[in-house]
Write a protein that binds this ligand. Structure first.
Ligand SMILES: Nc1ncnc2c1ncn2[C@@H]1O[C@H](COP(=O)(O)OP(=O)(O)OP(=O)(O)O)[C@@H](O)[C@H]1O
Ligand SMILES: [Mg+2]
Length: 265
């Protein structure tokens, strides 16, 4: 947890009136959310509430239908021309996306590359940084997630938890200003969840700005500056972990928490 006070200064992420539908199905129905630099925001909510869709919109993997998302002052997927939002070309969108790291539920490592190559790949290929320099950085990142000794292994030779730690190192190799996590531990065997959460906690300690979709209530309670509860495509309630998890104001939040906590062994 950081000392950051939500709302002080310019937000790093500013989500304004975002709507998103798939065909007839409205998935996001007017989301307003800001994330301050260095803030850790955990997003919780039932399946289908739009959590992944929201993250995907922040990263421009999806395009919003209405509203806008600003990251570090720039509209995601657009530029402002003569006071109006104009869509960026795919190449420009890809460039914007480099500043945002994303870790998904399923580790999406390249199976034919060693883990060192996996971590070094994007800075070399996308940013055209010198290989020797990137390798050193990749080694340092693998060391940080406790996997330096396995750098020559291939993903299939690693446990799920180790693969997910590589995925985090790989995202960090691009020096992102924002990290998005979409249920990074929910595909893992229970005994492997802790090591990935520990890696994320270390990242929190570095002051990284993070939006974390998670069902790990202990992580949210311990690490989040703010917890956001989503249901039915809207933010139902948000506040400190204490406010939302211990003293929820809304009936929907209470129901969700009761269901989640009773399902936890
Ligand atoms: N590409 C898509 N095409 C059509 N419908 C989609 C698409 N992606 C998501 N949806 C629908 O949007 C709704 C919200 O999905 P989303 O994945 O954002 O929910 P979620 O909160 O992340 O759920 P979960 O906790 O299960 O991951 C769901 O009803 C889903 O079926
Ligand atoms: Mg999801």
């Amino acid at each position: 947890m950081t000392d950051n006070i939500a709302g002080s200064g310019e937000p790093l992420v500013d989500i304004v009136g975002v709507h998103k539908s798939y065909g007839e199905v409205a998935v996001l129905k007017g989301i307003d959310l800001t994330v301050a630099p260095g803030e850790v925001v955990c997003v919780i909510g039932p399946s289908g509430s739009g959590k992944s869709t929201l993250l995907r919109c922040v990263n421009e993997l999806e395009t919003v239908d209405r509203g806008a998302i600003f990251v570090d002052g720039s509209p995601v997927g657009s530029s402002i021309v003569a006071g109006r939002l104009r869509r960026l070309r795919p190449r420009q969108v890809a460039k914007q996306r480099r500043d945002i790291g994303m870790v998904f539920q399923r580790f999406n490592l390249f199976p034919h590359m060693t883990i060192l190559e996996n971590v070094a790949e994007a800075p070399v290929r996308v940013r055209r940084e010198p290989l020797a320099e990137v390798r050193e950085r990749a080694r340092a990142l693998l060391d940080r997630v406790g996997l330096a000794h396995l750098e020559q292994r291939f993903p299939a030779q690693l446990s799920g938890g180790q693969q997910q730690r590589v995925a985090i190192a790989r995202a960090l190799a691009m020096r992102p200003k924002l990290m998005l996590f979409d249920e990074p531990t929910s595909a893992l065997d229970p005994e492997l969840v802790g090591e990935v959460l520990d890696t994320m906690k270390e990242l929190v300690a570095t002051g990284m700005t993070m939006i974390v979709v998670t069902h790990e209530m202990d992580f949210a309670r311990e690490m989040a500056d703010r917890v956001v509860f989503m249901d039915g495509g809207v933010v139902v309630e948000q506040g400190t972990p204490e406010q939302v998890l211990e003293r929820p104001q809304r009936e929907r939040t209470r129901k969700f928490l009761t269901a989640v906590l009773s399902a936890t062994p």
